[in-house]
Write a protein that binds this ligand. Sequence first.
Ligand code: DX5
Ligand code: ZN
Length: 218
Amino acid sequence: MKKLIAPSILSADFTKLGIEIQAIEAAGADWLHIDVMDGHFVPNISMGPLVVKAAKKVATIPLDVHLMITHPDQYIPQFAQDGADLISVHVEACFHLNRTIDLIKSCGCKPGVVLNPATPLSTLEWVLEYVDFVLIMSVNPGFGGQSFISNSLDRIRLLKEMIRIKDLSTLIQVDGGVTESNIKEISEAGADVFVAGSAIFGKKNYKKTINAMKRIIR
Ligand code: DX5
Ligand code: ZN
């Protein structure tokens, strides 16, 4: 399986978002990660469907919408309509996770489920077969530029084993504190999709950073 880089536009320059998206795509981004925060599920507010709709006008790669919000069911149809291709929801925010996953599918998007760093992997046991990807948060969500929580590597290894035992092809995505320096060990632990915000947008040459990351994970 080809491993993928998903730059998070949370760290992009919002005064020129369209140019940033074109630049990151030309630099080799595989998915465009869009962090939606509501000030309730996480202590920060970021962007909503309007930004997804604007991104869709310039992006040709899949839009990967990470919902860090309470009551995601209320907003999933809108995000789908505005151009999301993949939508991930936090297990901690969903009372009826199967229902939410079905809603994402019925809106024509690929579903993913997300776990905060302290949430047991066992919460995935009965939904793993219904999702395209699992997002392991390697920081507590809410802000870019935080440090990678090291035991996330063990969580990735355990999840990989759960997926293998069930004979599934679920992708493992990792988000938070991913850099050129730690991407090798994260990849070796079993991750398939790497979200990176500050480590990519914080550098001048996006192509150089993404190429370096891809060289390491292949
Ligand atoms: C954190 C977000 C991340 C964030 C990652 O709540 O979900 O996607 O943008 O930023 P970095 O890569 O800077 O840790
Ligand atoms: Zn994210």
